[in-house]
Design a protein around this ligand. Structure first.
Ligand SMILES: NC(=O)c1ccc[n+]([C@@H]2O[C@H](COP(=O)([O-])OP(=O)(O)OC[C@H]3O[C@@H](n4cnc5c(N)ncnc54)[C@H](OP(=O)(O)O)[C@@H]3O)[C@@H](O)[C@H]2O)c1
Length: 158
């Protein structure tokens, strides 16, 4: 199963503010939807709450949380590894869709990163983790209004 990080990151590393996105980029949302439809998505509890506590339609929603009560249409996993194990039974691809805590864990296991580099610096309280760029090879890049999408593939594992 392919394991993919998908994130939108400002020039200063910010990914979120007050449990929301600091920007409004419809094209980025459309790309996110098109890429993830039909696949499994793993998110942290705070990111799930930022979606108004509703699952993303037409995707296998997996929420990592030690506190969330069971609810319909989502899988709740008490740790990252069990989320990954469930994802493997559900879809061909799993997307790690945030937030910061999930990206920190996902960086060790992901094969691919699809990063929207949002132009500009934003005030925020959550950040994409630092990663070793030498471990990743640029596969493609494409410009969109307000951001550049880069696809990176891991070239070796330490
Ligand atoms: N720019 C982007 O692409 C993007 C994408 C997604 C989210 N975001 C933003 O990121 C921010 C949220 O990020 P965040 O780091 O604060 O929160 P998060 O990663 O979404 O969720 C954190 C919560 O997930 C659970 N969790 C995470 N790792 C766990 C583990 N290993 N084991 C068990 N539980 C675990 C815990 O829930 P419990 O406390 O319930 O145990 C933890 O409090 C928001 O502002 C959101 O809008 C940005």
């Amino acid at each position: 199963m392919e394991k993919i990080i998908i994130a939108a990151i400002a020039d200063n590393g910010v990914i979120g503010r007050d449990n929301d996105l600091p920007w409004d980029l419809p094209e980025d949302r459309r790309l996110f939807r098109d890429l993830t439809l039909g696949q499994a998505v793993i998110m942290g509890r705070r990111t799930f709450e930022s979606l108004n506590g509703k699952p993303l339609p037409q995707r296998h929603n997996i929420v990592v949380s030690r506190t969330l009560a069971p609810q319909a249409d989502i899988h709740i996993c008490p740790d990252f590894d069990s989320a990954l194990t469930i994802a493997q039974t559900l879809a061909e691809k799993v997307f790690f869709i945030g937030g910061e805590q999930i990206y920190r864990r996902a960086l060790a296991v992901a094969d691919l990163m699809i990063l929207s580099h949002v132009h500009g610096s934003f005030t925020g309280d959550t950040f994409f983790p630092e990663f070793d760029a030498n471990q990743w090879r640029l596969v493609s890049e494409k410009d969109y209004p307000g951001f550049q999408q880069q696809v990176l593939r891991r070239q070796f594992r330490q």
